[in-house]
Design a protein around this ligand. Sequence first.
Ligand code: ADP
Length: 787
Amino acid sequence: MDTEATTVSRYQVFPLIPLRGISVFPGMRLIFDVDREESLGALNAAMEGDQTLFLVAQRDPSADNVGGADDLFKIGTVSRVHQVLRVPGEEGAKVMVEGIDRGYMSRLAAAKPYLSAQVEVLQSETSPRGAVKAEALIRQCYGLLEKYAQGSGLELDDVLRDILGSSDAGYVADYVTQSIYMRYDQKQMVLEELRPMRRLALVNRLLRWELDILDMEHSIHEETAKNMKRAQREMFLREQLRTIQAELGEEESYTDDTEEYRAAVARAKLPKEVSAKLYKEIGRLAKQPFGSAEAAVIRTYLDICLEIPWERSTEDNLDTEAVRRALDADHFGLEKIKKRVLEYLAVRKLAPDQKGTILCLLGPPGTGKTSIALSIARAMGRKMCRISLGGIHDEAEIRGHRKTYVGAMPGRIMTGIQQAGSRNPVMVLDEIDKLGSDYRGDPSAALLEALDPEQNSQFRDHFLELPFDLSEVFFITTANTADTIPPALLDRMEVVEFAGYTDEEKLAIARDHLLPKQRKKHGLNGNQLRINDGAMREIIARYTRESGVRLLEQQIAAVCRKTAAGIVEGQFKSKYLRAGSLEEFLGPAKYRDQRTGGQAEVGLVHGLAWTRVGGEMLDAEVGVMDGSGKLELTGNLGDVMKESAHAAMSYIRAHAAELGVEPAFYKNKDIHIHFPEGAVPKDGPSAGVTICTGLVSALTGVPVRQDVAMTGEITLRGRVLPIGGLREKTMAALRAGIHTVIIPAENEPDLADIDPAVRAALNFITASRVETVLDAALCREDGHAED
Ligand code: ADP
């Protein structure tokens, strides 16, 4: 049963004031301004009458004039004016009104001089006492209103609380609507709802809607606040960081440098691909928060890329005459390599696009490999860079680490290019034979890619991530031995051998190059220090033993140092060193004179060995004593060498009678073969003839000529097989004062390669059988053979 009903009371004509954006509810008071002329007229009319008027909202609150009834809502409030406040000198007035009843405007009664309307006064029924539904709606309203108050900061004043204690749903609805923020059209809806319960239900709905909006506002507000906070925090931290950096003197890093980078990229002449990549990185840099690690990485990357000579190259000096003169001025001898460089230049003149020259300078230390490489760069007018490959295990050392690694950098190749500052330098790769390879990757594979003329025009460094053209680079590698160079690499290179110097060559090098160089280094002139050839020979023979001239240079440096010190201390004004006067500067000689002269000895044979550092004289000592047939080998020998000794023994047993050896020696004699300098490991088959000669000498008591040295492998049948390293071995023989060198017959063609000075100074005997060796080395004709 619907308990809500509307009773029609009476019609009345009231002066009318249109309201803009506000509404008045029955039982409520409202203060508002009256400005418009018509409204003031209506007010005056009301004041002259019973002080009641009709207040109704305009449909369009912004309209200044009301043209007709359609511009107004139909339902408004019949109200009583309580107070009118006029400010003297001003047109308008402030009025306080109280709503009495809702009213329905049936028509406009007049428009001039003020609006008046015929109004039907509506009296809404109050909700029935104790109605459960009304109570529920009121409680719901109370709950919503509390929440609304919390959310909006509205003061729920006592009056409002009292009202909520009322049981009249319509009244409560009106009061609440009047008290909270609501849009004017919503308020109008409430005003127009004449049934009290529906009215409150409507108000509750509107309240909930307002709460939702409040919630939404809240979360928006919170989000903004959070963002604001974060931004503020970052700003604050950045400010702090800047202060700290300023304290540390690092403040310039905060400048926004992306524009500078852009300008630098634009200035630098770069290939398209490179500049595109760099612009991209600059774009990334611009997005990095200040002080981020990533930004630092990008900056390093850009700095390095900008320093790489992508398009910069130098002009080659193709004047072969001038280059020849420059090379000769720096280095004595070394004809092979000098010629090779001149050929290279000649070919370049004819075919400028010729690419991919990789030389490998192979030889003992101190033979000038590195220094001639540098001199080649100078003579050709190229920039140069030097990379030491010794002990590199990691591929990344050659090709760089990817940018994502902490502290990543380009590899050595690109760093070298960067340092050289041109894309066609002479790149010296030192110690390519000492390149390692293990679980970290194979550096030789990366190196191969850099060296291979087929691939190196697009060499990619992991750090740079951009291809670089290495095809214009002149690669020169150096190595002491070819044995440990990865074969794939060795294949790509043209090997130029450096054999080591004879004493005469060393003398010339020392006199013409090393001494002047060291004198200059130590601030001495040619009068302050002179070393004559005799003294120089003594340094070479008694203070050094090497294939190259590295130690020789060190000794000369020591002499210069001490001379300089003596002059500064006033001990002398100048120094002239002759043979025999070196002890003062260099101390006692390190090597005794190996020249043993002609004194033949039983069981002592000079062998010749080849090592990484060049040729060496290697003596074999053989001792024979009564015993039970034991063979002892000492002196740090490798397996191959031990086997050579056994082969020699077998040969002698088989030919005992011819050799004049007691046939049962292998049963009743103990034999000891020893190679002095036990600390040095020795191996190889080429000591075969040496051991055999020592054994025969010891077993027969026939002495061995000490001015003879030998090298050669033997077979059980007494054949002499060829050996390697002849050039170095013969030099060592000459150094040791040997006159005659016995070599395998099959090595005879190699004699052509031997230094002419060495060839002239030595007497060569070629042997295809051991008997020839024994004939030459044993002093049988002396009559010792009868022993
Ligand atoms: P490597 O690289 O073969 O080990 P270096 O190039 O370091 O040897 O040479 C050692 C020193 O000997 C350098 O000072 C070098 O100038 C000098 N040197 C070597 N050979 C010659 C030569 N033929 N003429 C002049 N100086 C030489």
